[in-house]
Design a protein around this ligand. Structure first.
Ligand code: NAP
Length: 405
């Protein structure tokens, strides 16, 4: 048996133990030796759990057991997850994780420690939850020049936006409901401010470029300012509002990487990704568009992705599974203010003349009948848009419009 340990017996960690148990027939068919969970590390006892006898509280018990070949880090947060992962890798123990915060901050360093010690650092579950996404990017799409990724990467905010659109409820009310249902965390900042999506698009861009995209360099805008009037404007524009993580390769070889709400046309497959689901559209120069869809979070989908990594590591004991992510090469991103696109803007009807002065007369008017003047600009750089919008006094909100191609 290949012995493993799970660090953190919460939503994902308990799911990992269950997936390995319930699907053991299937897993043992592919990994001949079989995979066993020998220890579960957590702060608490779990007297009701059938796995209670495996629970330990001292990490050294796991680290000093020579039988342990693979660890699943499902605690979350930077510390002690980073120290625990590093110590395991230095002993040649592979680590499989769902912890996107740690992967975004320390991924390349942990990959390189793994390489040095003939083991692997794997993180399929850190982006897209249960959707097989990172493995296809680094294997099936290895031959492609990936020029654009457009993803709905956060189930919580997608649930909130879908509900607000369908039920006409406001943001705070819908967030409260999502928290009551367990879809949103008690501290929802990372989700609603776009940081979670920002970390995921940073990880994806790093894997695509082979360099390192720092989360701090990703432009992040969340969904807390979105109102029913914005959904109405999106409908008038023939679209829906989605929080997107985008990375786009420019002609100068630099990537624009961002997270923000966008109006997405109804004909886009991303417009049909609703509730807690995630959808990721990848454009390769030869394969054209490829779409990934599925549950981006949740106990079993996320655990399934962690277990996929465990199985891969079990088949490669004593070997490093290559991941091209160079920590010493920090990607220089394209300046965000140079990004070009169209913007939906809502101002008071009295500012119609001022809009014509700032944006010209060829804007696409969506609404001029309800006390508001709602329009879509022509294509502008972020800087031009910000300058022109600053000349208006009553901008109620503005949302970027996703280009068709
Ligand atoms: N939930 C999802 O659907 C999902 C999806 C994709 C990725 N993720 C990521 O997966 C990771 C885990 O998420 P989760 O939802 O499973 O979190 P969770 O339910 O809070 O589970 C974390 C577990 O780790 C334990 N823990 C924390 N610090 C510990 C320590 N120092 N030593 C031992 N145990 C410790 C916690 O114990 P206490 O409860 O006692 O603190 C808890 O049982 C996070 O990085 C998250 O972002 C989650």
């Amino acid at each position: 048996m290949i012995q493993t340990a799970v660090l953190g017996f919460g939503t994902v960690g308990s799911g990992v133990v269950e997936v390995l148990d319930r699907n053991s027939d299937k897993i043992n068919g592919t990994v001949r030796e079989g995979i066993n969970v020998k220890y579960i590390l957590d702060l608490r006892e779990f007297p009701e759990s059938p796995y209670r006898d495996k629970v330990v509280h001292d990490y050294d018990v796991i680290l000093n057991d020579p039988d342990i070949k693979i660890i699943c880090e499902t605690m979350g947060g930077k510390e002690p997850a980073y120290t625990f992962s590093r110590k395991a890798l230095e002993k040649g123990i592979s680590v499989c994780t769902s912890n996107k915060e740690l992967v975004a901050a320390k991924g390349p360093e942990l990959i390189s420690i793994a390489k040095e010690h003939n083991c692997s650092y794997m993180f399929e579950a850190s982006v897209g939850g249960g959707i097989p996404l990172l493995r296809p990017i680094v294997t099936s799409l290895e031959q492609e020049k990936i020029t654009k990724v457009t993803g709905i990467l956060n189930g919580t905010t997608n649930y909130i936006l879908t509900k607000m659109d369908a039920e006409g409820a406001d943001f705070d009310e819908t967030l409260g409901e999502a928290q009551a249902k367990g879809y949103a965390e008690r501290n929802p900042e990372a989700d609603v401010e776009g940081y979670d999506t920002g970390r995921k698009i940073a990880i994806l861009t790093s894997l695509i470029s082979g360099g390192t995209v720092k989360f701090e360099d990703v432009y992040c805008e969340g969904i807390a300012k979105i109102t029913q009037e914005d959904f109405r404007a999106a409908r008038l524009a023939g679209g829906v509002i989605k929080l997107l993580g985008i990375c786009e390769l420019g002609e100068d070889g630099r990537y624009t990487v961002m997270t923000a709400p966008f109006i997405v046309g109804r004909e886009s497959p991303l417009a049909m990704v609703n509730d807690v689901y995630n959808g990721i559209l990848i454009h390769g120069n030869m394969v054209d568009d490829v779409m990934f869809y599925g549950q981006g979070a949740g106990r079993y989908p996320t655990a399934s992705a962690v277990v996929a990594d465990v199985v891969d590591c079990a088949r490669n004991i004593g070997k490093w599974i290559p991941i091209d992510w160079d920590g010493s090469k920090v990607e220089e991103l394209a300046p965000f203010f140079e990004r070009k696109g169209k913007f939906m803007v809502r101002v008071d009807i009295d500012e119609r003349a001022a809009v014509a002065m700032a944006f010209g007369t060829s804007v696409q008017v969506l609404d001029a009948a309800t006390g508001e003047f709602t329009f879509i600009t022509g294509e502008l750089t972020e800087k031009d848009f910000a300058d022109k919008a600053a000349s208006l006094k009553t901008v109620r909100n503005s949302i970027r419009v996703l280009a068709d191609k």
